[in-house]
Write a protein that binds this ligand. Sequence first.
Ligand SMILES: Cc1cc2nc3c(=O)[nH]c(=O)nc-3n(C[C@H](O)[C@H](O)[C@H](O)COP(=O)(O)OP(=O)(O)OC[C@H]3O[C@@H](n4cnc5c(N)ncnc54)[C@H](O)[C@@H]3O)c2cc1C
Length: 298
Amino acid sequence: MMAALEIPKIRGRVQEHAVLGPTTWFRVGGAAEFLVRPADAEDLAVLLRELAHEMPVTVIGAASNLIIRDGGIAGVVVKLARGFSDIIVEPDGIIAGAAALDATVAAHAAAASRAGLEFLSGIPGTIGGAVAMNAGAYGGDVAQILQWAEIVTRSGEVVRLNAHDLGLSYRRSNLPPGAVVTRAKFSAAPGDAKSIAARMAEIKASREATQPVRARTGGSTFANPPDMKAWELIDAAGCRGLTRGLAQVSELHCNFLLNLGDATAAELEELGEEVRARVRQSSGVSLHWEIKRIGIPA
Ligand SMILES: Cc1cc2nc3c(=O)[nH]c(=O)nc-3n(C[C@H](O)[C@H](O)[C@H](O)COP(=O)(O)OP(=O)(O)OC[C@H]3O[C@@H](n4cnc5c(N)ncnc54)[C@H](O)[C@@H]3O)c2cc1C
């Protein structure tokens, strides 16, 4: 681990050697050298402006698309909390703080009879993670509805960017390293409350039938290659149900990895690499990780 470097005085919470694993969807991963929860965007800007340049900064949301490695994360891990969770319905859209959960934002939109955000209802991450990953499902994605996102850059500047500036494409953005999304505005046109609720119920039922939604998982492990489905390639390579220690390729949806109990991050990552090798061998396709793997191996 790094640093005898200091954390600037901020109003939010700073915790040294903070265990992260239990707070992640996979329930794996070591500790953050410093876990910092800024009080609000101004506090975050002070942190990033005054923090030594050499100090690495990693941002995490709900950790629903992450494998944090067993050796933990050096430097500062920023996790946004209460001061970043407001949701405001405006005449031409909805502004949501980056710590608000996607499902909560979708529910607010539905309650205000605003259409277009239904796809967010089953994605278990935060708005910050949704912007950073261009989260999407059932034909919708963040790029289609984003009016702007506010970010604080690693040097502490507040900047407002649109989907084009952010380079949003399939499950990707080109957010600069160490930049933190603090809030975003989405287009949400007035709609029919009943059809919005029906669409959300349909999405919920479809997910429950096809995905291990209550498991220790990280969602889709690999991005779909152009015109192909990652799960079909994984299935064809005979990987459905494959295990390494207590890590398993889901039987229900074989692009999901599962932690069946006390799997380590290393087991999950090795299992993923085994799947990639088998898929390459059986179909010639190289799968790319959609799940972000961060931190230091044990
Ligand atoms: C059961 C299940 C189902 C899923 N279904 C879907 C789906 O249908 N569609 C889909 O797109 N995804 C899906 N996912 C994956 C995941 O929920 C999304 O990628 C989500 O957007 C990640 O948000 P998060 O807050 O958990 O981000 P994290 O997993 O914590 O982080 C993911 C990335 O976003 C960055 N990040 C997070 N917050 C910020 C911020 N405030 N500023 C800058 N960068 C940030 C992190 O640095 C990291 O690179 C699923 C996951 C699970 C477990």
